[in-house]
Ligand binder design. Structure first.
Ligand code: 5GP
Ligand code: MN
Ligand code: MN
Length: 343
């Protein structure tokens, strides 16, 4: 079970040295929390490590203290990396091209909770799609290594749990998540303080951007798809940043009768990032995979090299195809709703 995996990982980490600890690009709370917690574990194990994530922390995580400087490039590392600990990431491409290129020459361990993650670690892997957050798994590794879940280690685990469960609201909020969180709180973690520092960081431009996007949201496909496009120009006009969109798609999902929420963000004239959300058996990961992305059943995303209108058409087509396949499959037998997951 989980305990054996955690113990095996603790042993694997103790054998690595000169480690690049890395998470997926544009790191979210789980990526950052996992990075921090893993750094604390490696320090306790006496390993030399550096933290790496591109292009750095999002502004809403400014408050969060990491155990070491965060590198956003591998051009001038503090030591020649010999190993990598890969967190919250299922594919080398999501680590960014620099680390993806270096990876074949490193011993690597992968800890992740993405469905369909290949387990890209060359030495060992722990990929558990039933975990709510990668930070949850890292927390278990710490416990298996005999480390108390206190201080920055505990903060990292808590950050990942809070963000990937949507504040303990998504379907991945299992008894195990709540038990681990209870342990963290009992050890002195302040949940409300973390929320306060993370949530109340908006600029007026951020608020105005949301206002404009809420006014722009549409219902498509007979009301089953909530859709909102975001243009490059929107960020300029409001002096806002793409990370200010974090959480917006969850509001699209709130529309009554919606099966899929789609936020489509223009990143360049011919490049768009999409975010998909669903509930229960509706599998948006399958939709994202059709377009080269990935994620979890109820929270998925990806990037397409298309103009925004072309990306919109491609997404709606992929959703239709997926719904058609699902209803065809449903005739053969009922689909059992699995744990919805996110992050
Ligand atoms: P978000 O929509 O919040 O950016 O991402 C939701 C989830 O979708 C993420 O937690 C991640 O699992 C997945 N995801 C987002 N973007 C990508 C991507 O470009 N590639 C892959 N494989 N998964 C992604
Ligand atoms: Mn993540
Ligand atoms: Mn995650």
């Amino acid at each position: 079970g989980c305990r054996e995996h955690a113990a095996r990982m603790a042993a694997a980490l103790a054998r690595l040295d000169d480690v690049v600890v890395a998470a997926h690009a544009n790191p979210d709370g789980d990526a950052v929390g996992s990075l921090a917690a893993a750094g604390h574990i490696l320090r306790a194990l006496g390993r030399r490590f550096m933290l790496y994530a591109r292009p750095g922390l999002p502004r809403y995580l400014d408050f969060f203290t990491l155990p070491a400087p965060l590198y956003t490039s591998l051009e001038r590392p503090p030591f020649a990396p010999r190993a990598a600990l890969l967190l919250d990431c299922g594919e080398p491409e999501r680590l960014g091209p620099e680390l993806a290129a270096l990876l074949p020459r490193l011993e690597s361990v992968n800890i992740d909770h993405h469905l369909g993650g290949k387990g890209m670690g060359s030495v060992d892997n722990w990929v558990d799609p039933d975990a709510a957050a990668t930070a949850q798994l890292v927390g278990y590794v710490a416990l298996a290594a005999g480390l108390p879940l206190t201080g920055g280690l505990a903060q990292g685990v808590l950050l990942g749990l809070v963000t990937d469960t949507g504040g303990f609201a998504h379907g991945n909020t299992s008894a195990a998540v709540l038990a681990l969180t209870a342990h963290l709180v009992a050890e002195g973690c302040d949940l409300a303080d973390m929320r306060e520092r993370m949530d109340n960081t908006w600029t007026l431009g951020h608020l105005h951007l949301w206002g404009e996007l809420m006014g722009r949201a549409q219902l498509l496909e007979g009301g089953s798809v909530a859709f909102c496009p975001v243009y490059l120009e929107d960020f300029r006009r409001h002096q806002a940043f793409k990370e200010d969109l974090e959480g917006f798609v969850e509001h699209l999902r709130r529309l009554r009768g919606t099966r899929v929420a789609v936020l489509l963000r223009e990143d360049a004239p011919e490049r768009c990032k999409f975010s998909l959300r669903s509930f229960g058996p509706v599998d948006v990961r399958a939709v994202a995979v059709r377009l080269g992305g990935g994620g979890h059943r109820n929270a998925a995303g990806g990037t397409v090299h298309l103009s925004l209108p072309a990306a919109q058409a491609a997404l709606l087509e992929a959703i239709r195809l997926e719904e058609r396949e699902r209803s065809a499959g449903a005739e053969e037998g009922p689909d059992v709703a699995k744990n919805p997951e996110s992050g």
